[in-house]
Structure formats: structure tokens, C-alpha cells
Design a protein around this ligand. Structure first.
Ligand code: HEM
Length: 520
């Protein structure tokens, strides 16, 4: 055998052995679960847009129980639906599970210059999280509220025209226009409403569609190819929506920096109030003291020697990107599900309308009035129990080998929550678990649910940073719509909803009629 043939054979044997070794990980540990095939493990089964991963996990949980193991390419993952296990990983042992399960195509969280708060880990995450947090402070939310209300008013105009003559509307389309409009104005430097003419919409939408599934499959199985793909996308950003969007954000931030410099040169006095998130991030140096306090509090075990206390230009682009992506789809879906559940539960809708009429009598809805919409809060919480739309990201990566609920979990193992099972577990929620019942949240005794059993926004220190913004947007829009209209099902309403998706779980459509209330 020639030397080169020997080399090639050795390479192939080594290559195959590595993949078989990875694939047999859980078999060697004696952990049950679906096996799939060498190389892919079960990854290929998560690429069906029509049958989202969350449904696949749920099916397997029925077969294998609350803790089982799968391999996804070269990654090993435990899928869990035991609340104690979840609480341990997300809250109690956060120091051992501070990373996320990422696809290599998302870049190396420790090296990517544009890493964002969602993908980063460890010190980098802590720093980005702390510097991003003021964007969702009470003061900032009160400012943002004006922008949200402008978009609400604009959407109301579109709803009025669209629903004229009893026409059925796909509410998902309307909510997507709305949430993109809001986030475009607060994170992209957009100045006017762009509803129904926003060129960003198809780009942002395509991130959540099925087209990218195969790319993720390839890089999941062969991570070595990810840097090559990333290089090509960075050279030709228009062929890949995420890179294309980053490029657009980069231009918006650059324009703001140039404008600030030009104002400064010509001695123009600029108001100290930030216009939007771009300003907030450019000013983030100002929050140095806040960061130092936080750092002492939460990462007490970690020795912090020297930290960079402001965001770099690339980090600003990363943060704005993730706010845009995380803020647009999730909120639109949550609104769509709430609306569907209200239309199919008229008595609950009526009770909610009564609350809105009582608490929000003026044409404008104020921040303080929103806080009084307690039943609305219950409706939203119950909606997200029914449809935990972002559960694909309910995961953590083990950063240090540890034991959880008696099971040794090795560094590098992912823990993925099967949230749809958890949120439908009669042991947690009672025998009426299948009922849409906002009243279950009225007692205010949420401790029980929170302990690893309910996590629509995640759990622990990495809980969704935009949660309060999402709730504000949702409550504000629903208050305006419900004062004017009653949602009704139509012949084309899908009941039950057909759920599709990849990163998030979406209804295929939410076709509803909006009956004007003055005709009640
Ligand atoms: C109904 C709407 C929303 C839902 C259901 C949702 C859900 C989630 C979930 C499940 C996580 C993962 C949490 C964890 O790992 O424990 C997350 C993280 C995150 N979300 Fe949201 N989200 C929503 C709205 C928003 C909005 C409006 C924004 C920003 C504008 C946003 C920005 C983020 C960011 C930046 C993270 C990463 C946090 C971190 O890793 O520290 N989300 N979200």
C-alpha cells in the first residue's frame, strides 16, 4: 500500500470513528432515547417546517420519559421535562450552565466580533447583558411607549380598512407588520411608520422560514464548514438574510455616528435624551457605575480584574440585530395566539373587554393604565402557557461537569427543555390543564409555576431581556383593538391551529373577523 493510500485510509477510519464515537455517546452512558443515524444523529428530524422540533420532542418524551438523550451531529443533548431538573440547570446551577446550545453557523461566541447578548457566554455575556439592560428600564420603556402607540394608531388604520365589509384578516400578517414597525423605529433608526411597505419584512421573515434548515443541518454535522460559510456570507451578505440585515444595521449606526460628529463640529446643541436604542448603545459608556455594581452582585464567584465598559461598534450592531430578530417574531406570534384564543373563547374576550373599557377610558392608553390590566396579564400568561412559542431556545450548555438530580452531566452537553410537555403537565397545572383558563393566574401565587414548570420567556439570569417591552406592546395593542372590535372566527379559521416553524413555533395563519363593537 502506498504511503498516500495509507494516509487517506487512516484519515477515513479516524473520521468515521470520531462520528460513530459521538453518535454512540448516550448508548455508552446507558441513557435511553431515539438514536437516528451516525453523522446526523437525529438532527435531520428537526428540519421539517411542517412538523416543528417541539412536536418531535414531545412525541419522544411520551416514549422515553422526562429525561432522554439525543445526538445532533456532533452535539450531545439531554431533553428534559422535569421541573426540578429545569430549575436546577437554569437557576440553581447557572454557574455551570451559562452557555447556550448554538449552531456553529452562528459563530464562535468567544471570538465573533459581533456576538450579541443572546449568543455570548460567561464574562462577555455578563458585560453585554449589563450594558443592554438600561434599554428596557422603566424610563426607557416610558419613552418607547410613545413610539409603540404611534404604531398602534397606524395599525388601527390598516385594520379598519382591511376589515371593512366583514373581510377576514390573517391577523399574523398584521401583527408582523406592527412589531417590525415598532422595533424598526426603536432599534434601526427608522423615522416613520413603514407598515405594509417595509423592505425589511421579507428579509426578517426569511430568517424564520424553512429555507435555512439545510444549511444548519450541514454545519451541525460538519462544524468545520461553518467558518467557510460565514466567510462567504460576510463577503456576499445579500445571499444570506442575517448578514444582509447586519449590513443594513451597520449603515444605520454609521449614519448616526456621522450625524453626531457633524452636529458636534457645527456646534449644534443636541438634547441629552436618547432617540432610540442606537443612541442608548452609543451612550452606553455612561452606565459604567451600574455595570460595576451588577458585576459584584451576580458573578460574585468570579474575579473581575479589568472589564471593557462600553460597547464596540461591532457589538452595537450585534445587539441591535438580536433585538430586531428576537423582538419582531416572538411578539407577533404571542399576539396572534392571544387573539386566536380570545376569538375561540368569547366569554373570556368579553371579560377582557370589560376590563379594558373600565381601566382605559381615554383615547390614549397610559403606562399606568397598562399596569392596571390585570386580567389581560392573565390572558397573556395563559396564552404563553398554551403556546410557548420560543421553546426551541429553552436550552443551556453545560460549561463544567456537574451532577443534576443525581445524573452526571459532562461539560459540553446541551440541556434542551421540552416545554410543551411541561406546560401541559397535569401534575403541575391540575386536571384542567387542557383548558384555556386565564383565571388560574389570578391568585398571584405563581411560585409553584415558576419553579421550572413555566418558562415562556426562559428562566434564571438569562431570562428574556425584552420581556417587559413585549408585554407592553402586546397589552397596548390589544387594549386599543378590543375597545373597538370583537374578534370572531370565520369559515377559514384553522381550529385547531396548524403549527409550523423552526426557530419559533408559529400558527400557519390566524384568519379572523373583526366585528366593530358599536354594532354590539
Ligand atoms: C412574547 C415575546 C417574547 C418571547 C416569548 C421571548 C422569549 C425569549 C426566550 C424564551 C428567551 C431565552 C431565555 C432563556 O434562555 O432563559 C429569550 C431571550 C432573549 N430575548 Fe426574548 N422573547 C420575546 C420578546 C423579546 C423582545 C421584544 C426582545 C427585544 C427587543 C427580546 C430579546 C431577547 C434577548 C436579547 C434575549 C437573550 C437574553 C440573554 O441571553 O441574556 N425578546 N426571549
Amino acid at each position: 500500500m502506498s504511503f498516500s493510500l495509507l494516509l487517506i485510509t487512516t484519515f477515513f477510519v479516524g473520521f468515521l470513528s470520531y462520528y460513530v464515537w459521538m453518535w454512540t455517546y448516550w448508548m455508552r452512558k446507558g441513557v435511553k432515547g431515539p438514536r437516528g443515524y451516525p453523522f446526523s444523529g437525529v438532527t435531520h428530524l428537526f428540519r421539517n417546517y411542517e412538523y416543528p422540533a417541539v412536536r418531535v420532542w414531545r412525541d419522544w418524551t411520551k416514549e422515553y420519559g422526562p429525561v432522554y438523550g439525543i445526538t445532533e451531529g456532533v452535539q450531545k443533548t439531554l431533553v428534559v421535562s422535569d421541573p426540578e431538573f429545569v430549575n436546577e440547570v437554569f437557576v440553581k446551577q447557572f454557574d455551570n450552565f451559562y452557555g447556550r446550545k448554538l449552531n456553529p453557523l452562528q459563530g464562535d461566541p468567544n471570538k465573533n466580533k459581533r456576538v450579541h447578548v443572546f449568543a455570548s457566554q460567561g464574562h462577555r455575556w455578563k458585560r453585554l447583558r449589563t450594558l443592554s439592560s438600561p434599554t428596557f428600564s422603566n424610563k426607557s420603556l416610558r419613552n418607547i411607549m410613545k413610539t409603540v402607540e404611534e404604531s398602534v394608531v397606524e395599525l388601527m388604520r390598516h385594520l379598519e380598512t382591511g376589515s371593512a365589509g366583514g373581510k377576514v384578516l390573517n391577523m399574523l400578517d398584521y401583527y408582523q407588520e406592527f412589531t417590525l414597525d415598532v422595533i424598526g423605529k426603536i432599534a434601526m433608526g427608522q423615522t416613520d411608520s413603514m407598515m405594509f411597505r417595509n423592505p425589511m419584512l421579507p428579509k426578517v421573515k426569511s430568517i424564520f422560514m424553512e429555507g435555512r434548515n439545510y444549511l444548519f443541518l450541514i454545519t451541525g454535522v460538519f462544524p468545520i464548514l461553518a467558518p467557510l460559510f460565514r466567510y462567504v456570507f460576510s463577503r456576499f451578505p445579500t445571499i444570506q438574510p442575517a448578514f444582509d440585515i447586519m449590513n443594513i444595521i451597520e449603515k444605520a449606526v454609521k449614519a448616526r455616528v456621522d450625524q453626531r460628529e457633524a452636529d458636534e463640529k457645527s456646534g449644534i446643541e443636541v438634547s441629552g435624551e436618547p432617540q432610540d436604542f442606537i443612541d442608548l448603545f452609543l451612550d452606553s459608556r455612561a452606565n459604567v457605575e451600574f455595570f460595576e455594581e451588577e458585576a459584584k452582585d451576580e458573578f460574585a464567584k468570579v474575579q473581575i480584574t479589568k472589564v471593557d465598559k462600553h460597547l464596540t461598534f461591532d457589538e452595537i450592531i450585534g445587539q441591535l440585530f438580536v433585538f430586531l430578530i428576537a423582538g419582531y417574531d416572538t411578539t407577533a406570534l404571542s399576539l396572534s395566539y392571544s387573539t386566536f384564543l380570545l376569538a375561540t373563547h368569547p366569554e373570556i374576550q368579553k371579560k377582557l373587554q370589560e376590563e379594558v373599557d373600565r381601566e382605559c377610558p381615554d383615547p390614549e392608553v397610559s403606562f399606568d393604565q397598562l399596569a392596571k390590566l390585570k386580567y389581560m396579564e392573565c390572558v397573556v400568561k395563559e396564552t404563553l402557557r398554551f403556546y410557548p412559542l420560543a421553546s426551541v431556545v429553552h436550552n443551556r450548555k453545560c460549561m463544567k461537569t456537574t451532577t443534576v438530580c443525581g445524573m452526571v452531566i459532562e461539560e459540553g452537553t446541551n440541556v434542551q427543555v421540552d416545554t410543551w410537555t411541561l406546560h401541559n403537565d397535569p401534575k403541575i397545572w391540575g386536571d384542567d390543564v387542557a383548558e384555556f383558563k386565564p383565571e388560574r393566574w389570578e391568585s398571584g401565587d405563581e411560585q409553584f409555576f415558576q419553579k421550572g414548570g413555566y418558562l415562556p420567556f426562559g428562566l434564571g439570569p438569562r431570562i428574556c431581556i425584552g420581556m417587559r417591552l413585549a408585554l407592553m406592546e402586546e397589552k397596548m395593542l390589544l387594549a386599543h383593538i378590543l375597545r373597538k372590535y370583537t374578534f370572531e372566527t370565520a369559515a377559514t379559521t384553522e381550529i385547531p391551529l396548524t403549527l409550523v416553524g423552526r426557530t419559533t413555533t408559529a400558527p400557519r395563519s390566524v384568519n379572523l373577523k373583526l366585528r366593530p363593537r358599536h354594532s354590539d
